[in-house]
Ligand binder design. Structure first.
Ligand SMILES: [Mn+2]
Length: 357
């Protein structure tokens, strides 16, 4: 198994590559969508949190990801000893009507195909995505971690409707007419996801890019009045079985899976790692389940992380694990300290596992 590090768009620079490598990471998962651009609420020194107005503005709909830019990031990271394993998330500007079944859907499926080909051409093996109308929303922040560390939490449902012009917690059309998105049934969301994978998996197979689905965070039955695709562990099986392809895989978020009300986390890890369906792992811990949970330090929450690593190892998982997000630690660099702590803990755990071989 390989220790990795996740970096947001504004962190894709030498300073952060050095920091990740210093933490011990050998691999990177990068965000190419800038969640912090024009955001009133997201703090660049923390994970994006937002409010009812979302994370901010989506990108330029006319500008797809360029091979040149991605190759430049890949080689800059490589110069610091880091391999880019995955890009996480599509830009709502490029696929809002795929999510919303809107008039530009056909054109935007072509956008996504083009992006997949570009990512394959650059030689980045995985594209993570989250097929969700509300996205990651409805979370709060407070000093609930060990020693008063600031963590992200959910404390009850969040069903304030999504205004038109917004999807996946970002604004793609500032001139949208007033009003809210109509609620759709869960089956309709699955139908849209089915169309998405039917269109993209053949391209992904040809390009050598794995499409990895993140579960719904937070995994409430609805968020902002819209259904969730994967808000229980068993729904991952449905996602796999509907589209048999080696390129149809999972962005396996331990925190989100532990926040779900059904299933046993260790059985879930066993089930999906046994099938070889885990593209990469979000390695984070949590206390509680929806509708009330808090993120925690990696060694503080409900999950026995060492037990998870043992199961992954037993089932032959050799992929990347990244700390995902971590509590903010009280010091001059709260984000860095939290991430370094999580990464160091992961490095030690991987080493301990080797020693018990
Ligand atoms: Mn995650």
């Amino acid at each position: 198994m390989k220790p990795g590090f996740g970096l947001y768009r504004h962190q894709l620079n030498d300073e952060h590559y050095r920091f990740a490598r210093q933490c011990g990471a050998t691999h990177l998962v990068i965000h190419w969508v800038d969640y912090f651009r024009s955001s009133r609420t997201n703090q660049p020194g923390d994970q994006p949190l937002g409010d009812d107005a979302g994370w901010g503005l989506a990108g330029d709909p006319t500008r797809l990801w360029s091979a040149g830019e991605l190759a430049a990031v890949k080689s800059a990271a490589a110069a610091h000893g880091l391999q880019v394993e995955a890009i996480e998330n599509f830009d709502p500007a490029h696929w809002h009507d795929v999510l919303l079944d809107g008039p530009q859907k056909a054109e935007q499926l072509e956008n996504l195909k083009s992006i997949i080909r570009t990512v394959g051409q650059v030689g980045i093996p995985t594209l993570g995505y989250n097929f969700s109308l509300a996205g990651v929303a409805g979370r709060i922040k407070g000093p609930w971690g060990r020693g008063g560390a600031e963590v992200v939490a959910v404390d009850g449902p969040c069903d304030k409707p999504i205004p038109k012009g917004m999807v996946w917690n970002m604004v793609y059309d500032r001139q949208a007419e007033p009003g809210n998105l109509a609620t759709i049934p869960a089956e309709e969301l699955w139908r849209r996801h089915g169309e998405f994978l039917d269109a993209l998996l053949p391209v992904a197979e040809e390009a050598g890019v794995t499409l990895a689905a993140h579960p719904d965070d937070p995994p409430l039955p609805t968020v902002r009045g819209q259904p969730r695709l994967v808000n229980q562990p068993g729904l991952y099986q449905r996602l796999i079985d509907r589209h048999p392809s080696p390129r149809n895989a999972l962005e396996f978020c331990l925190g989100t899976l532990a926040e779900m009300t059904e299933g046993d986390l260790y059985e879930t890890v066993d089930t999906y790692s046994r099938q070889g369906k885990i593209a990469y792992v979000h390695f984070r811990n949590v206390r509680g389940k929806v509708p009330h949970y808090q993120e925690t330090f990696v060694d503080e929450g409900d999950i026995d992380m060492l037990r998870v690593l043992r199961i992954l190892r037993r089932n032959g998982y050799t992929g990347v694990l990244i700390p995902d997000h971590a509590p903010q630690m009280t010091c001059a660099a709260p984000w860095h300290a939290g991430m370094a702590y999580a990464c160091g803990w992961l490095m030690a755990a991987l080493r301990a596992l080797e020693d018990t071989a």
